[in-house]
Ligand binder design. Structure first.
Ligand code: GLN
Length: 477
């Protein structure tokens, strides 16, 4: 089978009858098996996906198929799917089954997507390398000695290796975009509140968003169009009507004003080749009649500390529900009530998750609250205000997605600060609540892919996607 770049190509072949959803599902199932070493899937829904394919094929024949018919989708192990296992790749949720489905998942199913399986992630979506999953590390599809990024590493690896056509991931500080960059695919984090968080396992609730990982900008637009929108079950989901994102891609290109964040491009930690490729892209944009100008973002040094103070604080509260009583794992050693909590949590959570719960509890504790949590809230506000000011004068902000290409398995595992710094360019959009996309715009001379990131105004995904498609089509000078 040819590797399809877009769902439109798949649907074209489905409509002529040269392809069926059943064929497609079988091809992906075979590829998942052939790429078992990537360790991307926690569970593959073999029979269910085959049965769904038969139904969608019938709908196509009857002319009643939904907009995502023919889309074979993988779902990160943090998105609830009724009567299916869900663990956030943590021992803590061993054996847990979802009692309901996430709104985003219900919407893709209603649009006739076929879900092929559940994909591993860093435990509770905390990480940048997909090495903290209780199912063992996931590998990069381009080179198996390298990480796929995280925390939605398996979701990006699966799309990169064509084990499914697209994935649904979640992004709290870059978890859709950084793995997309490391695996050579497209990763979109929508505006905070554009997609309902109902049924997404909470990590840091004021940052979390579900987002698509795809092979093309078109498919990101099509999936977002289905999953976005208000939801009575999540009152942080915006009531603003959902524009026709796929149609917006065809809007005539207009001259954009693009600001590149000087501190990001000048940062000493940035790989020089990625920097150069970014500069080349800017030259091409200028040649295409767009305004590309430097903008200063002096708060860059504060984004990582601010992000880790606030997200660990929120995580310490969100994860308090895993007490050995309500869900999943309970220590068999625990005899007294207090030991149920302490032993279950010590045995159920991995070390990185424990570190974050401790950090979060510390920054919220009496005596330290004002110095850490309170301060970080103020810094977040300044980051947001400053960013919106930049975006009043520019349509988009351009940065690298990550400081480098994928790193080796194990390379940063013992150095949390180095690991956290790989999020330096992505956490900005979550702190500010704005949409951001990672586009696969290059291959490094080391053979690994890398992405560049475009950030846009709140709820301006239509523009962000249109500009993304334009960027992807820009030819070398
Ligand atoms: N790597 C970041 C973290 O560990 C982002 C994770 C995410 O977006 N879920 O917090």
């Amino acid at each position: 089978m040819v590797e399809y770049q877009t769902l439109a190509d798949i649907q074209r072949d489905l409509s002529t009858g040269s392809l069926s959803c059943s064929d497609l599902v079988d091809v992906y199932l075979a590829r998942i098996e052939a790429h078992a070493h990537l360790n991307a899937f926690v569970e593959v829904y073999t029979e269910e996906a085959r049965a769904a394919a038969v139904v969608v094929d019938q709908k196509i024949a009857a002319g009643t198929a939904g907009p995502l018919a023919g889309l074979v989708l993988g779902v990160k192990d943090v998105i609830c799917h009724q009567d299916h296992g869900l663990t956030a790749s943590s021992r803590m949720l061993t054996g847990f089954q979802s009692l309901f489905s996430a709104t985003a998942l219900e919407r893709v199913l209603a649009a006739d997507a076929i879900i092929i399986g559940r994909q591993a992630c860093d435990e509770f979506a905390m990480g940048s390398s997909n090495e903290t999953s209780c199912y063992g590390p996931v590998r990069n599809p381009v080179h198996p000695d390298y990480v796929p990024g995280g925390s939605s590493g398996a979701s990006a690896a699966a799309v990169g290796a064509s084990l499914c056509h697209a994935s649904l991931g979640s992004d709290t500080g870059g978890s859709v975009r950084q793995p997309a960059s490391f695996c050579g695919v497209v990763g979109l984090k929508p505006t905070y509140g554009r997609v309902s968080r109902w049924g997404l396992i909470a990590y840091a609730s004021s940052f979390d968003q579900i987002g698509p990982i795809t092979r093309s900008v078109e498919d990101a637009a099509r999936i977002l169009h289905v999953i976005a929108g208000p939801d009575g079950k999540d009152n942080t989901a915006h009531a603003v009507p959902v524009p026709d994102y796929p149609a917006a891609l065809d809007a005539p290109a207009r001259p954009w004003r693009i600001g590149y964040l000087q501190e990001a491009w000048d940062s000493p930690g940035l790989d020089p080749e990625i920097r150069q490729r970014g500069l080349d892209l800017m030259a091409r944009l200028r040649a295409g009649g767009h305004e590309v100008k430097p903008v200063s973002f002096p708060l860059l040094d504060y984004v990582v500390p601010c992000y880790y103070i606030l997200t660990t604080a929120e995580a310490s509260s969100n994860l308090s529900r895993y007490d050995g009583v309500h869900y999943g794992y309970r220590s068999p050693q625990a005899e007294k009530l207090e030991a149920v909590y302490t032993r279950s949590r010590s045995e159920g959570f991995g070390l990185e998750v424990q570190r974050r719960i401790l950090l979060g509890t510390f920054v919220l504790s009496a005596g330290y609250y004002d110095a850490y949590y309170g301060q970080a809230m103020k810094v977040r506000r300044r980051i947001r205000d400053y960013t919106l000011e930049l975006l009043s004068d520019c349509d988009f902000l351009l940065t690298p997605t990550a400081p480098g290409t994928a790193f080796k398995l194990g390379e940063k595992l013992d150095d949390p600060i180095a690991m956290y710094l790989s999020d330096i360019y992505t956490v900005h959009a979550n702190l500010a609540g704005i949409p951001a996309i990672s586009l696969p715009l290059g291959q490094h001379s080391n053979g690994l892919p890398f992405g560049l990131q475009l950030m846009g105004r709140p709820l301006a995904e239509a523009d962000l996607l249109a500009a993304s498609r334009y960027l992807m089509d820009l030819k070398p000078l």
